[in-house]
Design a protein around this ligand. Structure first.
Ligand code: RTP
Ligand code: MG
Length: 140
């Protein structure tokens, strides 16, 4: 399998509870390398662009409000099959369905406030990484 990069967000519910380090430890324990990371407060425009794919969904407004409600930590993770591996480490979107040992099982509060985001495909990973990081900010 090829070395791959995925985009990750530690969401406001997690930064509010000081869980950045605990989540990073789970990411690193899974064999993923954090090759870029910064803490930012997203603007409404950034959050709307980021989640544009969901703009017709009933939860869109709530999702954008949540994503700008506090700081987030945006990251690039690198590893063999990083996209699928990180989705596994995150667990199901709804923490009630998330497997034991996953980030969402351990930390998520609800289907909306679910602690982390991870890209779902190579194309979306590339677009999401480019929205938040310049090439020279990523050190593999
Ligand atoms: P993400 O994009 O954040 O990595 O999560 P995901 O792929 O597991 O879930 P997705 O279907 O892409 O949904 C994006 C985010 O929208 C919020 N959501 N709320 N209230 C609801 O029913 C609902 N459904 C989704 C979650 O924050 C989810 O992560
Ligand atoms: Mg998604």
């Amino acid at each position: 399998m090829a070395l791959e990069r995925t985009f990750s967000i530690i969401k406001p519910d997690a930064t509010a509870r000081n869980l950045t380090g605990a989540i990073n430890a789970m990411i690193e324990a899974a064999g993923l390398r954090i090759v870029a990371q910064k803490r930012v407060k997203m603007t409404r425009e950034q959050a709307e662009t980021f989640y544009a794919v969901h703009k017709e969904r009933p939860f869109f407004g709530e999702l954008v409000d949540f994503m700008i409600s506090g700081p987030v930590v945006v990251q690039v993770l690198e590893g063999e099959g990083a996209i699928a591996k990180y989705r596994e480490v995150m667990g199901a979107t709804n923490p009630e369905n998330a497997a034991e040992g996953t980030i969402r099982k351990a930390h998520a509060q609800s289907v909306g406030e679910n602690s982390v985001h991870g890209s779902d495909a190579p194309e979306t990973a590339a677009v999401e990484i480019a929205q938040f990081f310049a090439g020279n900010e990523i050190v593999g």
